[in-house]
Design a protein around this ligand. Structure first.
Ligand code: GRF
Length: 202
């Protein structure tokens, strides 16, 4: 399965996915391209250093639909079958979601449906919850609301700051995203209503 990874920034989840694939933990998958919507995303250099093709499709000053059309064309041109958003900070247009329906994954730093949108870790601390975590989900037209593939829980400690909590969640994100990608790339799941169910016992 040819994977396209979309980033906007540092790209640590992208590296975690690439490492998992290289280590054979995601059978039948390869990273076809890493695309950023910002030419200065540090993750682009990390992908290049791993020998992965990189591309920047600059978002600045462009309407979402037009920008997305260029990204879709770039992904299709490379035979991408599954899109992984990894810190991609632009909402996708309906056209993009339709072009890769049920073939776009995202990782979000909370236990969805709690705390969708920006600053999920700050929202969790502000709300006073004792547990938060991270979620890998399919992307649909709702904000962080598509079918959930996998989740990991992380406690919020009394002395946590947004930074310390984010760092602890990020460690879990890297493991969770690779495991979720392995499941989706295997094809051994079905989506029943809003639920993503494993279809084998392996
Ligand atoms: C992660 O916390 C991810 O959950 C969120 O954006 C951050 C991206 O970090 N969507 P990185 O670019 O993968 O290091």
């Amino acid at each position: 399965m040819r994977i396209g990874i979309l980033i906007s920034g540092r790209g640590s989840n992208m590296v975690a996915l690439a490492e998992a694939i290289d280590a054979g933990r995601v059978p039948r998958a390869e990273v076809a391209v890493v695309v950023s919507d910002r030419a200065d995303a540090p993750g682009l250099g990390l992908a290049s250093a791993r020998g992965i093709e990189t591309l920047s499709v600059e978002r600045r000053g462009r309407a979402r639909a037009e920008h997305d059309r260029e990204t879709i064309a770039a992904l299709r041109g490379r035979g991408v079958e599954l899109v992984c958003l990894a810190g991609y900070m632009r909402l996708l247009s309906p056209e993009f979601i339709a072009a890769f329906r049920r073939r776009i994954l995202n990782i979000h730093p909370s236990l969805l449906p709690a705390f969708p949108g920006l600053d999920a870790q700050r929202q969790a601390i502000g709300h006073g919850v004792k547990w938060t975590g991270c979620t890998v989900h399919f992307v649909d037209e709702t904000l962080d609301g598509g079918p959930i593939v996998a989740q990991a829980a992380v406690p919020i400690l009394d002395d946590d700051t947004v930074e310390s909590l984010s760092a602890r969640i990020l460690t879990e994100e890297h493991k969770l995203y690779a495991a979720a990608l392995a499941l989706v790339a295997s094809g051994e799941y079905e989506i029943v209503g809003r639920r993503v169910l494993r279809t084998t016992n392996s």
